[in-house]
Design a protein around this ligand. Sequence first.
Ligand SMILES: [Zn+2]
Length: 203
Amino acid sequence: MNADFFSPSLRRLSLSMALLFSASFAGAHEQHTHTHGQLTMDVAIDAGTIAIAVESPLDNLLGFEHAPRTAEEKKKVEEARAALKAADALWLPDPAARCTLQTVELHSDILAPAAPSDKGKKAAHRHAHDHDDAHDHGAQDGHADLDASIVFACEKPELAKFIDVKLFERFPNIRTVHAQIASPSGQFKRVLDPKSTRLRWGR
Ligand SMILES: [Zn+2]
């Protein structure tokens, strides 16, 4: 990104606008800063569901951000994908809400290619699902992100007061989780670390 073109005040303005947009949960792929060790999750508690939108540098999950080259790297990609697909072992909603994992969507050219069965170059460049260009920004400067969308179906989502986050145990490169929660009792911001892994909100 060519930040040099912008004055510091303009950069501050665009940063605060980006924060505003991400707080609205309107877009699933708002740009967060790409900081290794930091993962962002937006939690939306709605009628019947708890939805979690995750954005993370791939380094947090793999230890690298390029397409896997060695057998060892390919194995890491497979293991990370499998771990994320089993999202109910990484994100454990308050049992009071009586949730079951409904869907997990992973968006990443490296971790979850759009057309894994077709290795042709044409397939790699074809967009199998529509998403905005910002989604791919990370790969251009040697960095790459994962965007994930996780939805739990819950009988009593309004009773949920916390989510236990097991990411730190599975992915030790993650040092902080920055979370925003939109719930019937209001909006909250929390920061988790390996010593504080329960995401709480409300009273
Ligand atoms: Zn990176």
